[in-house]
Design a binder for this molecule. Structure first.
Ligand code: FES
Length: 316
């Protein structure tokens, strides 16, 4: 079996095992989130050995040239000497502020040393000074000075609890990315848009919505934010204010315990979705259900965009 050489130690992989699984099994902490080759949080570099091309899909050519690969989908056929990403791959980011959006969600504002070439709705991986990393969607527009993230507070969650209780403004963190293709593209300003998500899935949707309005999207935009109860909804006044300002926007906060499953609520309002473009984010199970139901209601699969975490448990 091929082996991974990490920090002077040799770790043999089991048959069919990925580099991420093999290193984790041996106690090497590699940041990861989607475990599906999408979010790029598990980026590593092979300084020696052949990396399968399938482990480099979606990476920039400059990274591929330097031997970078995604550990969660890398099953090498020969030994690799592997190291953590170099400093050139990450950008320094200063914590500007954290604030509560609800009992369970905080807003984190960051300022990057170099402007991040991102689109609202993409995601980045945020690293603490000790190297712990988690991936989050970006709620801010490239034109805004600060990067905005919405982070769900998880009891004892290493990153979320630290950000909420310990980290202070001015703390230096780092970011890697952005990555992902769940964002608004101009070119069809009259197409109806459906934005639907639960929990902190609102973060990319909030960014995509404001990006679409910023780019003068004229067609109807319907935003559903689902939560089990009132306490799970956030940014309600901001979204109501946006809807007042932009008549093409309908904001529909949806209480799942009261109104029923999110896909049912959407399709009750709009049974046929031919010609619509959809963005679905949040709870992986609901995202999977939504994609299927939107497609069955007539939305073309090329018009259905989802965030990267539909296959993974949310990060803490
Ligand atoms: S790309 Fe590997 S964990 Fe997301």
């Amino acid at each position: 079996m091929p082996a991974i050489h990490w920090d002077g130690e040799r770790h043999e992989l089991h048959a069919g095992e990925t580099v991420l699984d093999g290193l984790s099994r041996n106690g090497v902490a590699v940041p990861n989130s989607c475990r599906a080759g999408v979010c790029q949080s598990c980026l590593l570099r092979a300084s020696s050995g052949h990396v399968p091309a399938t482990a480099q899909v979606g990476l920039k050519p400059a990274l591929i040239e330097q031997g970078y690969f995604l550990a969660c989908v890398c099953k090498p056929s020969e030994d690799l000497i592997v190291e953590a990403p170099g400093t050139g791959v990450r950008s320094a980011a200063r914590l500007i502020a954290t604030s509560r959006l609800s009992d369970t969600v905080i807003r984190v504002l960051l300022e990057s040393d170099e402007p991040l070439d991102h689109r609202a709705g993409q995601y980045l991986t945020l690293f603490r000074p000790d190297g712990l990393g988690r991936s989050y969607s970006i709620a801010s527009l490239p034109t805004e000075q600060t990067l905005e993230l919405h982070i769900r507070l998880i009891p004892n969650g290493q990153m979320s609890s630290w950000l909420a209780t310990t980290a202070q403004p001015g703390e230096m963190l780092s970011t890697q990315g952005p990555a992902g293709d769940c964002f608004y593209t101009a070119g069809a300003p009259d197409q109806p848009l459906l934005l639907a998500g639960t929990g902190t899935g609102l973060a990319p949707l909030y960014g995509i919505l404001r990006d679409a309005l910023h780019q003068d999207h004229r067609g109807p935009i319907r935003l559903y934010h689902g939560a089990l109860n009132e306490a799970g909804l956030y940014l309600v006044p901001e979204l109501e204010a946006l809807a007042k300002l932009h008549p093409q926007l309908e904001y529909r906060p949806t209480l799942l315990h009261t109104h029923g499953p999110l896909p049912d609520c959407i399709l009750k309002d709009q049974p046929k979705l031919n010609g619509w473009r959809g963005f679905v984010c949040g709870d992986p199970q609901i995202v999977t259900q939504l994609k299927k139901r939107l497609f069955l209601a007539g939305m073309a699969s090329r018009d259905i965009h989802s965030d990267a975490f539909a296959t993974a448990a949310p990060a803490s």
